[in-house]
Design a protein around this ligand. Structure first.
Ligand SMILES: [Zn+2]
Length: 290
């Protein structure tokens, strides 16, 4: 009994460390989530209170704890600091701990954690602004296509197999959603359906010679296509198919809840949070029917 407990200690310590790391990374993600959509630098200037421009001191920047100690208010002007900040920190901390608990410690660990951080960023930015930045999706895809096969190879897989798995996952993930968007756009045009936001005011329906014809669809952002390609490069073809199915169900539930909450049925709704939740569930709650 005691021996078993001791054997489990390193694993428990790894999970705890991952949780602490997640709290710190979550604090950084708050900056990323705020600044990337504004096109601002992530490093400079340091964080300031938007109310009184008071620079945020290191001791006021301790994840979750500072927010609690300051009772959610700026130490300078007393302005309310959104619950969003400690929530993102706590969420990232719990996510990191869960990822290490689920996948263990190995060469893939940094990849899983970076992936989790990218997904949190994508979900919150998509929720706020209804777009997902290319830095997260295309940047993440490029990194994943190199790092995931290398990590799997270091863990003992054949490198050809690991490379194919990532490439196929990316193609399948992006491809599945792209086909849905493309076919829907062409069918809608053929049937003369009109959309409020597509094409934009004074703009024409895109022609095959233009890039828009291939990448700009009504009711679906191309950011979702890129996000699923990035996810596929990490979880592989089977994982990404599972992600698409679960995301569709989650998206439906979230859209209905959103419509019920806002009493609007035409409100535009980002699919990103559903995709990221589905991708993380696939890793954290492995479920294989066959
Ligand atoms: Zn202030």
């Amino acid at each position: 009994m005691q021996g078993e407990l001791l054997a489990e200690l390193p694993a428990a310590a790894a999970v705890a460390y991952a949780g602490l790391l997640g709290l710190l990374i979550g604090s950084f993600l708050n900056v990323v989530i705020h600044r990337i959509p504004l096109g601002e630098s992530l490093l400079r200037p340091g964080s300031r209170c938007p109310g009184c421009q008071r620079p945020i001191r290191p001791w006021e920047n301790v994840p979750v704890l500072s927010w609690l100690l300051l009772r959610g208010r700026c130490a300078g002007c007393g302005r309310w600091i959104s619950l969003r900040y400690p929530a993102v920190e706590l969420l990232t901390g719990m996510l990191f701990a869960a990822l290490v608990y689920r996948t263990g410690v190995g060469w893939m660990t940094p990849v899983w954690l970076a992936w989790g951080a990218a997904l949190v960023t994508a979900a919150v930015i998509d929720f706020d602004h209804r777009f997902i930045p290319d830095e997260v999706t295309l940047g993440g895809l490029a990194v994943a296509l190199v790092c995931v096969p290398v990590a799997h190879w270091l863990e003992g897989q054949l490198w050809v197999e690991a490379l194919l798995r990532s490439a196929l996952g990316a193609l399948l993930g992006g491809g599945m959603l792209w086909i849905v968007g493309f076919v829907h756009a062409r069918l809608s045009v053929a049937m003369g359906r009109s959309f409020k936001h597509w094409p934009g005011e004074g703009e024409e329906i895109p022609k095959p010679a233009s890039l828009d014809y291939w990448t700009w669809f009504p009711g679906m952002g191309f950011g979702d296509v890129k996000l699923l390609a990035m996810i596929g490069a990490v979880v592989g073809p089977w994982g990404v198919m599972e992600t698409v199915v679960v995301a569709s169900l989650l998206g439906l539930v979230m859209a209905l809840a959103w419509a019920a909450g806002t009493r609007r049925f035409d409100a535009p709704f980002g699919f990103g949070p559903a995709i990221t939740a589905a991708a993380l569930l696939g890793v954290l709650v492995p479920w294989r029917p066959f």
